[in-house]
Design a protein around this ligand. Structure first.
Ligand code: ASP
Length: 372
C-alpha cells in the first residue's frame, strides 16, 4: 500500500471516529493531489474537558479477579492515559473535581461540579464535557446537572461496574464512547446524557437496576436516547422533559439545597419516619410508595398532616418502572400532595430540592414535575 493511500485511510478512520463532527477538516486526498497535501492535512478535533469525580471507573483492587475493591483510587491523568485511543476523537484535558465513591456524593461536590461545568460550557473553545462518576448515584447527579446547567453543548457522564484493575474492565470502552458522544455534534440539545455499556441514556430516564451486572442501566419507560458502538453513535430521540437548554433552575441562582428525605412505604407502615424526617429538618418528603404511589391509611394521614403544615409531600413509587399518576387511588387534590409522574423517588428528591429553592406552592411544584 502506498504511503499516500495509507495517510488517506487514516484520515477517513479519524473522521469516522469523530462521529462526523463538522469541524473535522481532514482532506480525503483526491487521487490527483500531491502526496504532500495529504501529509499536511489539519485535523481540528473537538475540545472536550474531562471532569473526574471518582467511582469504580477510578477504582482499584489488589488482583484482577477480586470482588472487593476501593472506588476513587485512580486520578484523572491516569484515567486519560489508560485510554489513549480517545485522543483520536477529541482534544482532551482533565480536571479532578473529587475522588470518591458516588455513595458519598454530596451537595458540596454537586455545586462545585455544576459551577465548573457551567463555566466550561460558556467558553467558546470547549465543545463538550465528560464526567466520570460512580454508578451508585450517577442517575441523581445526571438529573441534577440536567436541571441546573444551562447549555446546548453535550454533557456526558460515564461510569463503570468493574474497577480499572479488573479482568475485562468496562471503564475504558465506556470512557471512549462517552468522549465520542460528547464530541458528536448530534449530541447537542438532548440534555445531560449518560453513556454506559454502549447505551446512551437521558438523565431523566435512566436508573440503576442491578447491583453487580455490567448491563445495569436501563431507561425503562421512555427508552434509550441512542446507542454507541466503538465511538459510532446513533441517536433515536430527544430528551424527555425540559432540561439544560431551558431550565428555570440555573446554577448561578442556587446557593444551598433544602433538605428533602425519602421514606419507603411497606406493609403495616405508620407515620413515624415521615414525622422523623420533618423533625430532622426536611422541608419536603418523598414517599417511595407501593404500587402507584400508595401507602397505608395511617401513613397517608401522617403525610397529609405534614402537607397541611407546609411540608411539600411527593408521592413516588418503590416500583422500578411506570408512572405515578395524580388522583388515582390517593386524592392528591384533597391532601395537597404532588404526584411524581415519571420520576423515581431519588430523582423526585432532586427536583423537589430545586423546586423548593423557588416556591412552596404545590400547584407550581406539580407543574414542575409535569415539565421536567
Ligand atoms: N460504589 C461505586 C460508586 O458508585 C459503584 C460504581 O461506581 O460502580 O462509586
Amino acid at each position: 500500500m502506498s504511503k499516500r493511500v495509507l495517510v488517506t485511510l487514516t484520515l477517513v478512520f479519524l473522521l469516522a471516529l469523530a462521529g462526523g463532527h463538522e469541524r473535522v477538516a481532514a482532506q480525503t486526498a483526491a487521487p490527483t493531489a500531491a502526496p504532500t497535501a495529504a501529509k499536511t492535512a489539519q485535523v481540528s478535533l473537538p475540545k472536550i474537558v474531562v471532569l473526574a469525580t471518582g467511582g469504580t471507573i477510578a477504582g482499584a483492587a489488589e488482583s484482577d479477579v477480586q470482588a472487593g475493591y476501593k472506588s476513587g483510587q485512580v486520578g484523572v491523568d491516569q484515567l486519560l492515559a489508560a485510554v489513549p485511543q480517545a485522543k483520536k476523537l477529541a482534544n482532551l484535558r482533565g480536571e479532578q473535581i473529587s475522588n470518591i465513591g458516588s455513595q458519598d456524593m454530596n451537595d458540596e461536590v454537586w455545586l462545585k461540579l455544576a459551577r465548573r461545568i457551567s463555566a466550561l460550557v460558556a467558553m467558546p473553545d470547549v465543545d463538550g464535557v465528560v464526567i466520570t462518576h460512580g454508578t451508585d448515584t450517577i442517575e441523581e447527579t445526571a438529573y441534577f446537572l440536567n436541571l441546573v446547567v444551562k447549555t446546548r453543548k453535550p454533557i456526558v457522564l460515564t461510569a463503570a461496574m468493574r474497577p480499572s484493575t479488573a479482568l475485562s474492565a468496562d471503564g475504558p470502552l465506556n470512557f471512549f464512547n462517552a468522549v465520542a458522544v460528547a464530541a458528536n455534534k448530534d449530541a447537542a440539545g438532548r440534555g445531560v446524557l449518560v453513556v454506559v455499556n454502549d447505551w446512551i441514556h437521558g438523565a431523566s430516564s435512566l436508573t440503576k437496576t442491578s447491583t453487580t451486572a455490567v448491563q445495569t442501566f436501563l431507561s425503562p419507560v421512555s427508552g434509550l436516547i441512542g446507542t454507541v458502538a466503538y465511538g459510532d453513535a446513533e441517536f433515536y430521540r430527544g430528551p424527555v422533559g425540559r432540561n439544560t437548554q431551558d431550565t428555570e433552575f440555573p446554577i448561578d441562582t442556587i446557593t444551598t439545597l433544602p433538605r428533602v428525605d425519602i421514606v419507603m412505604a411497606y406493609e403495616n407502615m405508620d407515620g413515624a419516619l415521615i414525622d422523623a424526617a420533618v423533625a430532622a429538618g426536611a422541608k419536603g418528603v418523598v414517599v417511595a410508595g407501593v404500587g402507584n404511589g400508595n401507602m397505608t391509611q395511617v401513613a397517608l394521614e401522617a403525610l397529609a398532616a405534614q402537607a397541611k403544615k407546609g411540608v411539600v409531600c411527593v408521592r413516588s413509587s418503590r416500583v422500578a418502572t411506570g408512572r405515578v399518576g395524580r388522583d388515582v387511588e390517593v386524592d392528591d387534590d384533597k391532601y395537597g400532595f404532588v404526584a411524581s409522574l415519571g420520576l423515581n423517588p431519588q430523582k423526585s428528591r432532586v427536583l423537589l430540592r430545586l423546586a423548593l429553592t423557588k416556591t412552596k406552592d404545590v400547584k407550581v411544584i406539580q407543574r414542575m414535575f409535569d415539565e421536567y
